[in-house]
Structures are given as C-alpha cells and as structure tokens.
Design a protein around this ligand. Structure first.
Ligand code: 5GP
Length: 198
C-alpha cells in the first residue's frame, strides 16, 4: 500500500488554521490529524487527547530525551511537540496525516520529511488577525500582544512553504487546501500511476 501524505499547516495565531484543519478532517476520511503535546495550560473549551496532550515541563522534556517527538518547539512561551509514533504508524497504513504546527517546528519536520506537503495560511490582512484574536477571547491582552508580535515574524516565513492559502472565507480556504491535496495525490513523482497497475 502507498504511504500517505504528511501535510504541514502553519500560520499566525488567530488566522483560523484550527478551523480549516477541523473541516478538512470531517470531509476527508483518509485524513488523520496529529494531536500535539504541550506544556501550556488547558483552555476551558479544550479536552485532553482531543485538542492536545497536556504535559508538565518534566514529562515533555522526558519525551524529547527519549526521541518520542517528531519535532518540537518553544512557541509563545510554551513547549509544543508532535508525537512521532502515531504519525509514522498512520502514514504506513496509507492515511494522510496533518500537522498543525508553528514555523520553527515545520522547518525541522521538513528536514526529516522532505516529501511533506507544506501549506501556510495567511490572513486577508493584519487588522483581521488582530480582530480574530480579540474576538475569540481565549488569551489575555498580554498574550494577544505576544501572539501579534510573533505573527510578524511568522508571516515572514511564508517563503519556506510550498503553498499559501488566504483565509478570507472559510469555505474557499478549505477548498484550496483540498485542491492542493488532490493534486499532490495525482503526482507521478509520488507513484500515482501505480493505481493503474503501472
Ligand atoms: P495554541 O496555543 O494557540 O493552541 O497554539 C500555538 C501555536 O503552537 C500554533 O501556532 C500552533 O500551530 C503551534 N503548535 C501546536 N502544536 C504544535 C506542535 O506539535 N509543534 C509545534 N512546533 N507547534 C505546535
């Protein structure tokens, strides 16, 4: 069986990556999302094992030392990382696996997985990014300010990615990512002709 695609989606905080990824997983039965580990506190609307695996600094550091993480990074003052075993297992079983991770972690993952499909989600403009962060009301004003400062650095990294998608209307953004994935699956360089027995 052909290996699945590893898909890396990044973008500044508040751009709506999470909503796009949730929608993609609902629409594509062959797509699995990787659940990250983090040392940040659980938000009131989040669940263990659904949004993240919440770890202490000690637990997280142990996972790093034991090589359990495919990549990890320090983002907005907390540690985040992708558990490796799940990703490897799902790819081998032929599922596409989506990582919604920050730019530093993405660069590391691109090195280990040069065949990964990389997508950067852009806001229609900076004002909308600020509004979305303020409206979702999950961070303090200080945390929002930090995330907006980091957004400037992250936006600069778009050129490291293969594709960019502007999240103006959710439906259009999801459609764009689906089109990218469909095209990637048709690539001869990925062995798409094998489906015809060639
Ligand atoms: P949030 O705290 O808003 O859930 O996520 C903050 C940032 O951490 C987002 O940019 C998100 O993409 C990133 N992130 C989430 N999980 C991971 C991960 O496993 N690795 C890395 N490098 N970044 C992650």
């Amino acid at each position: 069986m052909a290996q699945g695609l590893l898909i890396i989606v990044s973008g500044p905080s508040g751009v709506g990556k999470g909503t796009i990824c949730k929608e993609l997983v609902e629409r594509r039965p062959n797509l699995k999302v990787s659940i990250s580990c983090t040392t940040r506190e659980r938000r009131r609307n989040e669940e263990e094992g659904v949004h993240y695996f919440y770890k202490t600094e000690e637990e997280f550091n142990r996972m790093v030392m034991e090589g359990q993480l495919l990549e990890h990074a320090y983002v907005h003052g907390h540690q985040y990382g992708t558990p490796k075993a799940y990703v490897v297992d799902m790819l081998e079983k032929g599922y596409d696996v989506l990582l919604e991770i920050d730019v530093q972690g993405s660069i590391a993952a691109m090195k280990s997985y040069p065949d990964a499909v990389t997508v950067f989600v852009l806001p229609p403009d900076r004002d909308q990014l600020r509004e979305r962060l303020q409206n979702r009301a999950t961070e303090t004003p200080e945390q929002i300010a930090l995330r907006l400062r980091n957004a400037e650095l992250e936006l600069f990294m778009v050129k490291e990615y293969q594709y960019c998608v502007i999240n103006d209307k959710l439906e259009d953004a999801v459609h764009d990512v689906e089109a990218i994935l469909d095209a990637e699956h048709c690539k001869v360089s990925r062995g798409a002709q094998g489906a015809a027995g060639l």
